[in-house]
Design a protein around this ligand. Structure first.
Ligand SMILES: Nc1ncnc2c1ncn2[C@@H]1O[C@H](COP(=O)(O)OP(=O)(O)O)[C@@H](O)[C@H]1O
Ligand SMILES: [Mg+2]
Length: 152
């Protein structure tokens, strides 16, 4: 399923909308170049999960966690940015795996390629592209469950 998103807010709102469909611990893998809208999407997800803290890019920290209020199952949002990391950083990958395996955590990963082998089968892959128009983005989602809900 492909979306043409015309503005920052459109990217944010897609994240916010998808947040409503997340009923269990999941991994969301966000692929796409620098500046393609991945962090904006996570900010929307956080808003949809009623997180009031500002979500900033965790590039230099690798990972940041936020507590999710008032959700039946999801208690923690773990936002990973693997841009400056590599899979030989085993302490970091072990740490990320703990969040991935936690039943009450939603783990969202920017630059997930190097972590592919650690990601569960049900990972929701979302691809962000700059597209041919300036100030627009194309987003593709390949998850059946989410796409079914988005098309209603
Ligand atoms: N659909 C969109 N159209 C135009 N600009 C967008 C869109 N989505 C996000 N942006 C803007 O693109 C810039 C980079 O977004 P960001 O989410 O930080 O990208 P990434 O995390 O992929 O590097 C920000 O200024 C953001 O407001
Ligand atoms: Mg980012």
């Amino acid at each position: 399923m492909k979306f043409l998103l015309n503005s920052h807010n459109a990217t944010f709102n897609l994240g916010k909308k998808i947040a409503k469909y997340l009923t269990e611990s999941t991994v969301i893998a966000l692929q796409g170049d620098l500046g393609s809208g991945k962090t904006t999407f996570v900010q929307g997800l956080a808003a949809g999960l009623k997180i009031s803290q500002n979500v900033l890019s965790p590039t230099f920290l690798f990972l940041k966690t936020y507590s999710i209020p008032k959700h039946k199952i999801l208690k923690t949002l773990c936002h990973v940015d693997y841009y400056r990391a590599d899979k030989n950083m085993s302490t970091l990958t072990n740490y990320i795996q703990e969040y991935i395996n936690d039943k009450n955590t939603l783990t969202v990963i920017e630059w997930p390629e190097q972590l592919k082998t650690y990601l569960p089968k049900g990972t929701i892959w979302i691809q962000f592209l700059h597209g041919t128009f300036k100030n627009k983005r194309v987003v593709s989602i390949v998850n059946k469950k989410i796409c079914a809900k988005l098309s209603i």
